[in-house]
Write a protein that binds this ligand. Structure first.
Ligand SMILES: Nc1ncnc2c1ncn2[C@@H]1O[C@H](COP(=O)(O)OP(=O)(O)O)[C@@H](O)[C@H]1O
Ligand SMILES: [Mg+2]
Length: 245
């Protein structure tokens, strides 16, 4: 006899392309699977518009807490052009268990992590990395300005929509650690420096980087980073006024 999973036992959904969900959406493809759930590209059947849906594992979303925090944060940030747009939420019944999902815009682009992997030497040149960091400070400053924080900033949660002279980014997958605090805001600033360091090639190339780059990375020392750059805005101004030796 096949066992029906209980809510706290669901660890994957594995929806196949073509599957209809909630009568309204068709699965296009799986985009990613993580700790909280699975993320799919879906098509709204009534309009043909493609969207993204995050299906939460019930044990990671008790009483819809995770979904509500994410939805409310995205809604609060709806005027911030660097953050994915929230659309709606809905529920399906999966093996008799209600499963909630959050629908957002589908962003075309490439994850920063994968774009970096494709670069010669798997890293950006210093000037490109500076442009990336500048675009990030823009996005994060916008989030902090409305009293919010990202909470889980790394290269798998950043989509690069366009990249040329400058970067167009979309930030996604925010995490709720509790009410916004100085620590949450500072964590975002420190995370940006870690992303910059990763974009420059990480440990392997650090010693040979120009002094200006090392000075921004601050040896990845949290206290040093925060002493130099108290906020995303301060870091942005620093980048806009810095000079090469
Ligand atoms: N709105 C979106 N548009 C395009 N791709 C997305 C979108 N949201 C998520 N993805 C893709 O799905 C992956 C997983 O989504 P994410 O929200 O980061 O969930 P988790 O990291 O918890 O699995 C992302 O790394 C990205 O590749
Ligand atoms: Mg993620």
């Amino acid at each position: 006899m096949a066992l029906t999973p209980r809510g706290n036992q669901i660890e994957e959904f594995n929806f196949s392309p073509g599957r209809i969900l909630a009568g309204k959406y068709e699965v296009v493809s799986l985009l990613g699977a993580g700790w909280e759930g699975e993320v799919y590209q879906i098509r709204e059947r009534a309009t043909g518009i493609e969207r993204t849906a995050k299906f939460f594992f019930p044990k990671r979303n008790v009483r819809d807490k995770a979904l509500k925090f994410y939805a409310r944060k995205l809604h609060k940030l709806r005027h911030c052009p660097f953050v994915i747009q929230y659309h709606t939420q809905d529920t399906i019944v999966y093996h008799g268990i209600p499963v909630s999902f959050l629908v957002s815009e589908f962003v075309e682009g490439e994850l920063l992590s994968s774009l970096l992997q494709r670069q010669p030497g798997k890293r950006f040149m210093p000037f490109q990395a500076l442009h990336l960091l500048h675009a990030l400070t823009n996005g994060i400053e916008g989030i902090h300005r409305v009293g919010e924080y990202h909470g889980d900033l790394h290269s798998d949660n950043i989509i690069v929509c366009r990249y040329g002279l400058g970067f167009e980014l979309k930030l996604l997958d925010m995490f709720h650690w509790g009410a916004p605090s100085a620590q949450n805001i500072q964590d975002d600033v420190v995370s940006m420096i870690h992303i910059f360091y990763e974009a420059l090639g990480g440990k392997k190339h650090y010693a040979r980087l120009p002094g200006e780059m090392k000075s921004i990375c601050s040896g990845l020392k949290r206290s040093l980073i925060l002493k130099k750059f108290k906020t995303a805005g301060k870091l942005k101004i620093y980048l806009e006024t810095m000079q090469w030796e």
